[in-house]
Design a protein around this ligand. Structure first.
Ligand code: NAD
Length: 477
């Protein structure tokens, strides 16, 4: 008797979809697509199938998969970083390249997958960390492929697979990177589509991912709108939301070090980092010296007239309430572009512009994501910390202090209550770049997971052995 396999598959798919155990595309093979999809149901089905294959493999294979992602991210950082720069047209080429290399080298992998054990009179309980399944992922334009790279390493280390809705303005480099990752992984371990990506991402495809019954968890990295959408999705969500990191400089600070750090962090990738220094509150006693230190360290100071001009051009009003926001034409642009808008010219080697403003200037409350940082004169450290608290907007993301006064550091740390609090370093020191700790480009403030690691993307499972296997304890009967 001849068996019509296609017919059987169709009937099974139909039955499964009717009884609710599979989508309309269940049962189809997506091998060879290398993660690129236009239909949400297909992407989720492919990622689900890849998850089931990955579940049958051991830790050794997860490590091999992650090593492929690391290798591509490091070896091809120049080509992929250049693509990201050409497509998004924001940030700095050298930093686009460096971000891919750094995430490839340093993102925590399977070595973070540790179990906990309780042993005692009544036996043994082992707590292990299991994958969720398929994770729905949203990534920002500020780091399109780097966020996917970091998320993929962490999520796959934990045994999950991904469906990514990238920012539309970074979709091509996202697709190129994902396709390269999947091809490399397929060659290495024979599984395709561990990372699936919507080639034409829209708000509808994002909503389709959020609402899909086979998406077990959501992880979004972006601004306020996507943070709200994820929290309203009805699914468990890990939300890496916006920031507006303030810096406080008190009278005890090493001003030269503070200046170098603010330029390094605030100028990085033209101030696109969510952790990047966005506004500085300096006590009056050292304000003028701090401004000189900034100039000595290579930043260029704009005068009051130039700041008015820059503000007029680079800040715009949006929404029904016409609130201030960064003008898209200036986000992530070079200091030369901002300087021109302020009516002067600066050398291409300049990394950061700065100047004195009061706190009514929109550059203070707005997450400007461009390399001009306002400096506000404060009567004393208490006023500086209070302004820092106010203009961080309760995001509880990142705050920085330059000080050698432990009381001031402690006071600010308590009042800010931020996920990251850096003392005497640039913002990136909090991610292990010039400080202790580890890196991720998804820092989950609103939902509390902090700097994400593979363990962030796991469910706890407990396995209990009653009255046996505590080999240190009671003598065996
Ligand atoms: P964005 O909010 O404009 O977009 C982020 C992503 O969300 C994009 O993929 C976008 O298409 C999507 N999106 C936007 N609204 C949505 C909605 N209603 N439903 C579903 N998806 C939606 O942000 P951006 O300009 O791409 O990135 C910069 C922002 O991201 C900044 O606010 C920055 O602080 C934040 N960010 C945070 C972290 C972190 O770790 N906390 C890291 C990087 C960037």
């Amino acid at each position: 008797m001849q068996i019509n396999e296609a017919l059987i598959r169709d009937v099974v798919t139909q039955v499964l979809s009717e009884v609710g155990h599979g989508g309309p595309v269940a049962g189809r093979s997506f091998a060879g697509r290398h993660g690129i999809f236009e239909d949400v149901d297909e992407a989720v089905a492919a990622a689900r199938d890849a998850f089931e294959q990955l579940s049958r493999r051991g830790m050794e294979d997860r490590k091999k998969i992650i090593d492929v992602i690391r290798r591509i991210s490091i070896d091809q950082c120049v080509e992929l970083g250049t693509m990201e720069m050409e497509e998004t047209k924001i940030g700095r080429l050298d930093h686009k390249i460096e971000k891919l290399k750094t995430l490839g080298e340093m993102t925590p992998g399977v070595e973070f997958m540790k179990s906990e054990v309780f042993s005692g009179d009544r036996g043994l309980a082992v707590i292990e960390h299991a994958p969720f399944g398929v994770i729905g992922v949203i990534t920002p334009v500020t780091h399109s492929l780097p966020t996917i790279t970091g998320n993929a390493i962490g999520m796959i280390a934990a045994g999950n697979t991904l469906v990514v809705n990238p920012h539309p303005s970074g979709k091509r480099v996202a697709a190129e990177g994902v396709s390269r990752f999947n091809r490399g992984i397929y060659q290495e371990v024979g599984i395709d589509n561990l990372i699936c990506l919507m080639a034409e991402p829209t708000l509808e495809t994002a909503a389709g991912i959020f609402g899909h019954r086979d998406i077990a968890l959501i992880c979004v990295t972006g601004g306020p709108a996507v943070a709200r959408a994820a929290l309203n999705s009805g699914k468990r969500a890990i939300v890496a939301g916006p920031g507006n990191p303030p810096v406080v400089v008190d009278e005890s600070a090493d001003l030269d070090n503070a200046a170098r750090c603010i330029i390094q962090g605030g100028g990085y990738d033209n101030n696109l980092l969510c952790i990047g220094e966005k506004e500085v509150f300096v006590v009056d006693e050292v304000f003028d010296r701090m401004m000189q230190a900034m100039e000595q360290a290579g930043a260029v100071r704009l005068n009051a007239r130039e700041i008015v001009e820059l503000t007029r051009n680079a800040i715009t009003q949006v929404g029904d309430d016409r609130h201030d926001a960064a003008h898209p034409d200036f986000i992530g642009q070079d200091p030369t572009v901002l300087a021109r808008a302020a009516g002067r010219s600066v050398a291409p080697s300049v990394e950061l512009l700065f100047g004195e403003t009061d706190d009514s200037n929109p550059f203070v409350p707005v997450e400007q994501m461009m390399p001009f940082v306002p400096f506000v004169r404060c009567r004393n450290v208490d006023e500086a910390i209070e302004k820092a608290r106010h203009f961080e907007h309760g995001f509880r993301h990142t705050a920085i202090i330059h000080s050698h006064n432990v009381k001031n550091m402690t006071k600010m740390g308590k009042i800010m209550d931020t996920t990251l609090f850096v003392k005497n370093g640039p913002c990136m020191a909090a991610l292990g770049l010039g400080g202790e700790g580890y890196i991720s480009f998804s820092i989950a403030g609103p939902t509390g997971e902090g700097v994400t690691t593979p363990l962030t993307f796991t469910r706890e499972r407990r396995c209990s052995m009653i009255d046996d296997l505590w080999i240190l304890g009671k003598p065996a009967n």
